[in-house]
Design a protein around this ligand. Structure first.
Ligand SMILES: [Zn+2]
Length: 143
């Protein structure tokens, strides 16, 4: 039985769908996964530009937080909302996990945590059982 399978010829099949060509005039590169633009022109897509713009705004927010402290943290800002949402989803998260999740520097994470704890959105508690990890959770009524 296995000999039959090994020697069976497999007919060549044409690709099911021809890869689309990048939408930028004159590019000519094929795209993958039916995307409208190649990797060199991915920012021609409005969604990709929006993601890039949000990322850049988040980095500017983080820079302001590090330079100017807790007063510069806007609760409605991108990173503050990301922090709130990840704590909400996790239930409890350590500051180390928070830093890793968003690639935050220790200073930036400290400022965001201090700002959100100060505004009574988050609660922080040292857990002696986890090598002194600082655990974050939503304050009651902050969900
Ligand atoms: Zn292209």
């Amino acid at each position: 039985m296995t000999d039959t399978l090994r020697t069976a010829s497999i007919p060549a099949t044409p690709p099911l769908i021809e890869a689309p060509v990048c939408g930028v005039h004159g590019c000519g590169s094929k795209t993958t996964c039916a995307k409208p633009y190649c990797t060199d022109h991915v920012l021609c897509h409005p969604y990709a530009r929006r993601v890039r713009d949000l990322h850049e705004e988040s980095l500017r927010e983080q820079q302001r937080a590090v330079e100017n402290g807790t007063r510069s943290v806007r609760t409605a800002g991108i990173m503050a909302q990301d922090v709130i949402q990840i704590v909400k989803a996790a239930g409890v998260i350590t500051t180390k996990q928070l830093r890793r999740s968003f690639g935050l520097t220790p200073k930036a994470a400290d400022v965001y945590v201090a700002a959100l704890v100060g505004r009574k959105i988050l609660k922080a508690r040292k857990n002696a059982g986890r090598a002194g990890a600082i655990e974050l959770r939503l304050s009651r009524g902050a969900s």
